[in-house]
Write a protein that binds this ligand. Structure first.
Ligand SMILES: Cc1ncc(COP(=O)(O)O)c(C=O)c1O
Length: 403
């Protein structure tokens, strides 16, 4: 039996993460000594705040280096319940809370704990790359709902309603969005939850990872807060990665109905066990400690967003919508498709565009088809202002060079 025959059907349906592949390609060129600007990674360039690092170091010194309860230490579950109350107006008991190794694991465990073969999961497009593949791995079927540029990358309630079938189990809802940066206002979210109220068999996984990265006075709201009638069928998730610049610490968390939380803990108990003990203690400090650096960092991101949107709109053939949040923009490159690069290559797809841009100017971005909506590309503007400005000049130069 050959190696590939040995692999499961489920894993054969799964694509490796295209965003991690783009970073790897760019890092390899960098290692060869090329001048590369990486706008492909989904992580803040800021450092983890010092008080949070100290809490992790203290946990090591104090010997808090052993197994913990699978679903998290009581101090962290209490801090998470307090966070949901304070910031989202949601009441959760610690027994309704789970701590996971990164935000990704919340979604993966929820899918593993709930999907039977053929169950459908609604995923707005463009989507964060991992959603459809996690659904596949759990044996379910992703069903795509358009959220295109025409509607500022937000789903129309009518499109959502049309996509619901008796087999629909979940809507995975992400606002602010990776990759578009789109965030739903309270009224827009209410129009979405109104649809869900009419379909009591559909649950919602509200991925609030970018909650704190919203600009121009935008008020973040989450599904169960906007529509209390959905509380009993909502999994509200968040994590330390983006708001606290803790991507490497790997802590995500969620709250929802107890039977679901228990089932997710069961998945963890037979796979990863608990999230790293040291990281859990650090996140207690993150959630309970000073929060004043968050709006300061958001202001820096807002200024970068404004610069990148303005400079991209001056690049020939590129059109960039200004999103409400996250640290991504998702410009259209429709205006360069069909043009020829100086190498003689015709740009037939957004993937051709990003590959030629990387080769010609050393700017690494991710093609839109990876997120299900082409021809676009995703820029992560979580880099220094100087690098971002340089990268935008290079993109302008590259677009001007196309014939
Ligand atoms: C929308 C969204 N959800 C969840 C995650 C998972 O974050 P983590 O790094 O904590 O697994 C990410 C990370 O990129 C994300 O963009």
């Amino acid at each position: 039996m050959s190696g590939s025959q040995f692999l499961s059907n489920a894993i054969e349906r799964v694509k490796p993460s295209p965003t991690l592949a783009a970073s790897k390609r760019a890092r390899a060129l960098k290692a060869e000594g090329k001048d590369i600007i990486m706008l492909d990674a989904g992580e803040p360039d800021f450092d983890t705040p010092q008080n949070i690092k100290e809490a992790g170091i203290r946990a090591i010194r104090d010997g808090k280096t052993k197994y913990t309860d699978v679903d998290g230490i009581p101090e962290l579950k209490a801090a998470i319940a307090a966070k949901f109350k304070r910031e989202n107006g949601l009441d959760y008991k610690p027994s309704q809370v789970i701590v996971t190794p990164g935000g990704k694991a919340v979604i993966f465990n929820a899918m593993m704990a709930t999907l039977n073969p053929g169950d459908e999961v609604l995923v707005p497009v463009p989507y964060w790359v991992s959603y459809p593949d996690m659904v596949h791995m759990a044996g379910g079927k992703p069903v795509f709902v358009p959220a295109t540029e025409e509607t500022q990358f937000k789903m129309r309630p009518s499109d959502l309603e049309r996509a619901i079938t008796p087999k629909t189990k979940w809507l995975i809802f992400n606002s602010p969005s990776n990759p578009s940066g789109a965030a739903y206002t309270r009224a827009e979210l209410k129009a979405i939850t109104d649809v869900l109220v009419r379909h009591p068999h559909v649950w919602v996984l509200s991925d609030d990872m970018y909650e704190h990265l919203v600009y121009d006075g935008f008020q973040f709201t989450t599904s169960a807060q906007v529509e209390p009638r959905l509380y009993e069928r909502t999994l509200t998730m968040n994590g330390a990665s983006k708001a606290y610049a803790m991507t490497g610490w790997r802590i995500g968390y969620a709250a929802g109905p107890e039977p679901l939380i228990r089932a997710m803990a069961k998945v963890m108990s037979q796979s990863t066990s608990n999230a790293t003990s040291i990281s859990q203690y650090a996140v207690v400090e993150a959630l309970n400690g000073p929060q004043d650096f968050i709006p300061k960092r958001a202001e820096a991101f807002k200024q970068r967003r404004d610069m990148v949107v303005s400079m991209l709109n001056q690049a020939k053939g590129i059109k960039c919508h200004k999103p409400e949040g996250a640290f991504y923009v998702y410009p259209s490159c429709a205006g360069v498709i069909g043009k020829t690069a100086e190498t003689g290559r015709v740009l037939s797809t957004d993937e051709d565009f990003v590959m030629e841009l990387l080769a010609a100017e050393g700017v690494s971005v991710v093609h839109g088809s990876a997120f299900g909506l082409a021809p676009h590309f995703r820029i992560s503007y979580a880099v220094s202002d100087a690098q971002l400005e340089d990268a935008c000049h290079r993109i302008q130069r590259f677009c001007a060079s196309l014939r």
